[in-house]
Structure formats: C-alpha cells, structure tokens
Design a protein around this ligand. Structure first.
Ligand code: PXG
Length: 461
C-alpha cells in the first residue's frame, strides 16, 4: 500500500494545494507558482471565463490564441460524443483510414490556398512543425540535393516546444535550456519596426528586415538552404506585425533562390486575421502551412501540416514510405470536432464578420489607448492586438528592467476580470472572433483602467 496521503479537494485553497503538489505546469516557475497558488478556472461561456472564486473574466486571449468561435458551443460536444460512440479511435497506419479524417482533409483542401490539396495530421502545432522540418529535408534528398538542410527562421519566433520546434523558434530563453537549437537551424532579425526601425519608415524597414534573408542565404551558401519559416504575424513573440513590404520581399527571395517557404499559421489561421489564413491576408504562396489551435477552436487537440503540390508530388512520386507518424495522427474525434467547428464558422460567416465588422471595430477601439502616457504604440491586424508599454513615448525608450512593468499590468488585468498576456512590456490580445461590440467596449474600458492602475503603481503620473 502506498503511504501517500490523499487530499479530498473542496475549495480553491485545496485545489491550489493539490495543484502545487502534483502538477508541473507548462512555461512556469514551479516554485513561484506553488508560493502563489494557481488560478482555478471552472467553466466558460461565450467570451467569459469563471474561476473557483466566482469571478467572471473577459478572455481577451481566446484561451491560448485558439478558442476562435468562443466557449460553450454545445454542437461541438454533441459531435464529439457521437463520434466516440461510433468510432472512438482507429489509426491511419497500415493502409487504414476513416471518414472523419478523410472529410476534414477534403474540407481543408477547399479552405486553403490553391497550391494545397493534402494534409498530414498531428496532434499539435509543435508536432506539425517537426513533421514539416523532416518533409522539407526529405524533399531535397529526393531531388538529389541532400546538402540542403538548413532552415532559416527569425529571432523571437515561436514554433512550439518539442526539440525541433523549439529549435525552429527563436526564443533565446528556450535555447538556453537543454542545448538548443539542433544543428542546421539559423535565425535572422525579426521584422520588429518599433524596436529595430527607429531611424526609418516602416516600409523601408520591412525591406531591410526581409533582405536579411538574402544576406543569410548568401552567407551560408544557397546550395545548403532548404527552407525559410515564419509566422505571418509573430504571436507569442509579442504580436509583431510586419510592415507591408516585408512578406512580398520574403516571397521574392524564396523564389529567387528556390527555397521552400513555410508559413506557420498556428495562430494566424482560421480567421484570426479576418481571412482564413495569414497567407491570404499577406498574399503569399507558401509551400507548407502549419495549422493547429483554431482548427478545432481548442475543443480538441489537433494540428497538421498542409503540404503543397510542389512538395507532395515529389514525396508521392519518388519517396516510397515516409517514415513518420503519430498514434493520434488524424484522431477521429478531433477530426469530427474540427469539421463541425469549420461548418459553424462557414454557416455563421465568422471570418467575413471578423473582416468586415468585428476586427475593424476592435482595431479602432484599441488604438484609442495610444494616448495613454505608458503606451508607445498600439498595433494589430484582425483580432490580434498589442500595446507597447514604454518609459518614454517620444524617444521609444523601453523600461530598464524589461518585462517587469508588463507583469504589473497583467496582474491588474487579472484582478479586474480581464485576461491579457504580457510579453516583455507588451500587452497582447487575441480575443475570440465572436466578440460583440459590447465585449470589445468592455475590453477597452478594462484595459484603460489597468493601464491607469499600472501607471500609478510604478509612480508615473
Ligand atoms: N506555432 C505557433 C505560431 C504557435 O503560436 C505553436 C506553433 C505550437 O503549437 P502547440 O500546439 O504545440 O502548442 C504555437 C503555439 C504563448 C503561447 O505564450 C503560444 C503558443 C503555445 C503556448 C504558449 O503565447 N503557441
């Protein structure tokens, strides 16, 4: 018999105690959380969360950038239950398939840009990026150019947390743990005009940042480069919206050198920008797209690699067996939920409504916060927004202890029933696409209050 004591959980304190004893959270300082106690979320409806103390919280992050159609859509639960009763699981290995995965693959063909007709399913965005790394290198091997291994990414990119995905990402604090990045992944400047482009217009800066790619290709030797990967808008890096000149120039450089272009659409996909995909928004034609998050609106875990004809034709014609796959690749319950999620988005014209009504209103209202004394810049596209908090607006001077003020502001948000994330001192937002104007008004009113409370706490004004 185990001597482990059992706790019968009752209230918030009990849950927090159990949580800190047994549960290692992602991206968390375990000791600090144990001292403080986790916020226990108990239920959600529409765009609001409720915690175990009964507080109602406006979720301006859609969970973790994923609950695009909002909480409480029972149709998705019903579809999942039906699928679990009919066929809860079967794999797609060994010449087997099942209808939810086939139907979803066909639906994705309809929604994605014309060069895509095929998908490889995974369970997460990280696994999808691992898959794409292997496929991109395999593509060049099959074309007789096995030396083309290098993938170029950007500083401060986020592509996931597996070993390959964290290496593709450009987060220095992640690379500092566990010996990353793996070989043959390199990083160039991110298109962060507010920080890096103080001396030039956004348009000029966008070209300058994109040309870092050509410089890096020349430095490495073009014959060694397999692909470039980028999020259309960097999400976890702080909602870095590239100047309009950036992506066309990146596309041009990829074509000039014949290298593959990978658009990581994990955040930008499924309506976030007001188009189905960030690639549609920026008019680029990637060879791969990474998808996850909004694919199921977070109701089930599912990711995938969209593979263009350019790559798929080579893999199919010359490749033989592609030695890669997961137990949960194309899980029937997840696929059934994704189909219903997409059907709801289409039926209710959620992407069109985002583009024409919700996002323009959200963007207009958050920009009103630019007059605040702490705010250096407000930026965003679609239902993505960022508020840069700075020590001095005119000279774009960041706070000396970067990140501390962001945490102060995040704390005020929590206490006042609003979830905004802090990345360094940038407050970021990715609200559900189904927000009403009243929801957006609530968000902006609360955000302004929290900016005032932050200014007061740090002794500004
Ligand atoms: N690519 C992008 C662009 C992402 O944003 C992933 C890949 C990885 O997906 P999975 O499903 O493996 O998590 C992501 C995930 C944050 C945060 O703090 C963002 C993500 C994940 C966790 C935290 O903003 N994005």
């Amino acid at each position: 018999m185990s001597a482990k004591p059992k706790i019968t959980a009752r209230g918030t304190r009990d849950w927090q105690e159990l949580d800190s004893r047994h549960y290692l959270h992602p991206f968390t300082d375990f000791r600090a959380l144990a001292a403080e106690g986790a916020r226990i979320i108990t239920r959600a409806e529409g765009v609001h969360l409720y915690d175990s103390e009964g507080q109602k919280i406006l979720d301006a992050m859609s969970g973790l950038w994923c609950v695009n159609i909002g909480y409480g859509r029972h149709e998705l639960a019903d579809v999942a239950a039906r699928q679990m009763k009919e066929l809860p699981y079967y794999n797609s290995f060994f010449k087997s398939s099942h209808t939810p995965a086939i139907e979803l693959a066909q639906l994705l063909d309809e929604l994605t840009p014309p060069q895509f007709h095929r998908v490889f399913f995974t369970q997460s965005g990280s696994e999808a990026n691992d898959t794409i790394l292997r496929m991109a290198r395999r593509y060049w091997e099959l074309l007789g150019q096995p030396q083309r291994k290098v993938v170029i990414s950007r500083v401060n990119a986020y592509h996931g947390s597996t070993v390959a995905a964290a290496s593709l990402g450009g987060m220095a604090f992640m690379h500092a743990q566990g010996g990353l990045p793996i070989p043959d992944i390199v990083h160039i400047e991110q298109p962060y005009w507010y920080e890096n482009g103080i001396d030039v217009s956004p348009q000029k800066y966008g070209l300058r940042a994109a040309r870092r790619l050509a410089e890096k290709i020349e430095e490495l030797g073009p014959e060694r480069v397999a692909a470039f990967i980028g999020e259309p808008v960097q999400g976890a890096g702080g909602v870095i919206v590239p100047p309009s000149t950036y992506w066309p120039e990146i596309q041009r450089i990829c074509r000039e050198y014949g290298i593959l272009l990978i658009a990581d659409e994990v955040i930008c996909g499924f309506g976030r920008t007001g188009q189905w995909f960030g690639s549609d928004y920026y008019g680029i034609e990637p060879d791969f797209m990474t998808i996850a998050k909004g694919l199921t609106s977070g109701y089930q875990p599912l990711g995938g690699a969209m593979v263009s004809d350019r790559v798929a034709d080579v893999l199919i014609e010359k490749g033989g067996e592609f030695a890669h796959g997961f137990t949960w690749s194309g899980h029937p319950v997840c696929c059934a939920v994704a189909i219903e999620n997409i059907n709801i988005m289409r039926r209710e014209k959620i992407v069109e409504r985002t583009r024409e009504e919700t996002a323009p209103y959200f963007q207009k209202r958050i920009r009103e916060l630019a007059d605040h004394k702490l705010v250096g810049e407000v930026r965003g596209i679609g239902m993505l927004g960022a508020i840069e908090l700075v020590a001095h607006k005119g000279s774009r001077t960041f706070f000396r202890n970067r990140g501390a003020v962001g945490l102060v502001c995040r704390e005020h948000c929590f206490r006042n029933g609003l979830i905004m994330r802090a990345v360094r001192d940038t407050m970021i937002m990715a609200p559900p696409l189904v927000m009403t104007k009243e929801n957006v008004d609530e968000l902006v009113t609360k955000a302004r209050l929290c900016l005032d409370l932050t200014a007061r706490e740090i002794g500004v004004g």
